[in-house]
Design a protein around this ligand. Structure first.
Ligand code: COA
Length: 382
């Protein structure tokens, strides 16, 4: 009997979830029923993380406690610093982050995935420590000491401080915090699915998050924000855009930061980020990355806009991080720092109604082949 096959499981529901909702035709994204634009305007990353994890906005005292718990768990063990020091400095920081998160679980053994206090503490540790690990690797690979987190700074301020040793301008830290809100969750995507598959084996959340980090790294997923900057730097001037973009399109190559499996209109997160990128665009010259990005978007609209291929979250986020002076290969680890909130929410939802993922396949290989003796086999690799 012929069975239907859906490459990439496109359109196949893999879970029931109340964490987030996306309407790709109308450009709507909600976390726990609240529009992401409203969260960007009124909330903070940690408040949004609480919302994702506990299904509601926290009361004042709850938020203060959550903020305090996160601040108090920002430090990482010397063993993790030693591990980061031992990694090759030319290695990708996403690999360092994945390794460090997996190792973190060895310091905090997690025995019962159904135990709520341990779950809370694990979520706090992961949200609190990811920025410290990202910033530590960024410094250690240059031969600098890792900077200790500061409890008196906000989540975003502290991360930028640990990277640069300078307390950032509050307005810049606010923009960075909004970027984290916009990256915190996005329904069923590749990294979330990968984390859920791992959670469905009842593996601990550290293992779940490290597997999601590995999946986020790819250029078709979180790695696109980095690729956007490389592409804009390669284009380098507005007059080269038609040639560069048309070349890619005629070779059937993807233009990074465009297109989305769900959105057929401009990604609502890209709309908010574009405003910030514009605010930060003080280079103002014809070659600024923001100017180039706007021109690429305009050209893409004439070429493939009718197919619903428009900027996604990664198109403007990379430009903002670049404008904030952050190294390009840290963009995807920053994405992971934000998305850990959504991954954990899905992980806990999975534990709640667990069913081990065990999809089927359609076998299309041969059957009943004879076992051929080795001396009669022809080599195929030279
Ligand atoms: C995200 C992505 C994988 C989703 O793609 P998808 O829904 O699987 O769509 P497909 O890859 O099947 O593409 C469908 C069509 O749109 C085109 N397309 C999709 N994204 C495109 C892009 N970024 N640039 C150029 N063409 C694109 C494809 O070439 C294909 O054209 P065809 O119908 O003529 O063959 C894809 O848009 C992409 O690779 N984008 C670039 C990477 C990126 O920015 N990723 C971050 C996502 S948040």
């Amino acid at each position: 009997m012929m069975r239907d096959f859906f490459p990439g499981l496109a359109g196949i529901p893999a879970a029931k979830s109340s964490i987030s909702f996306v309407d790709g035709e109308r450009g709507i994204l909600e976390y726990r029923g609240i529009r992401v634009e409203d969260l960007a305007e009124h909330s903070s990353f940690l408040e949004t993380a609480f919302l994702l994890l506990f299904s509601r906005l926290p009361a004042k005292l709850e938020l203060e406690t959550f903020n305090r718990d996160i601040s108090q768990h920002r430090r990482i063990k010397f063993g993790i610093i030693d591990l980061l020091k031992a990694l090759p400095e030319q290695g990708h920081p996403m690999d360092a982050l994945q390794a460090a998160v997996a190792a973190l679980g060895m310091f905090y053994p997690f025995h019962d995935v159904r135990e709520e206090t341990t779950r809370y503490l694990t979520a706090v540790r992961l949200i609190a420590k990811l920025p410290t690990m990202v910033a530590a690797f960024a410094r250690l690979r240059r031969g600098d000491e890792a900077i200790q987190p500061r409890d008196d700074l906000s989540y975003a301020e502290n991360f930028l401080y640990m990277l640069t040793e300078q307390v950032p301008d509050p307005a810049l830290a606010k923009i960075f915090d909004v970027c984290l809100i916009l990256h915190a969750e996005h329904t069923m995507n590749a990294s979330t699915f990968s984390g859920m598959v791992t959670a469905s084996t009842l593996a601990d959340p550290y293992t779940v998050i490290s597997s999601a980090i590995g999946t986020l790294k790819g250029p078709l997923h979180g790695g696109a924000n980095e690729a956007v900057i490389h592409m804009l730097e390669a284009i380098n001037s507005v007059d080269r855009i038609p040639m560069h973009v048309d070349d890619k399109l005629s070779n059937k190559e993807k233009v990074m930061g465009f297109g989305h499996r769900i959105y057929k209109v401009k990604d609502p997160r890209a709309i908010v980020m574009q405003t910030f990128a514009q605010q930060l665009d003080c280079e103002a010259g014809p070659q600024s990355l923001f100017t180039l990005a706007r021109a690429v978007e305009a050209h893409m609209e004439t070429r493939v806009g009718s197919k619903g291929i428009r900027p996604n979250v990664d198109f403007y986020s990379g430009i903002i991080y670049h404008q904030l002076g952050i190294e390009t290969d840290l963009f995807t680890p920053i994405f992971a720092m934000a998305r850990v909130a959504g991954w954990l929410a899905h992980c806990f939802e999975q534990y709640q109604e667990n069913h081990l993922f065990r999809p089927d396949q359609i076998y299309d290989g041969p059957h009943n082949l004879p076992y051929q003796p080795i001396e009669t086999r022809e080599p195929q690799f030279q």
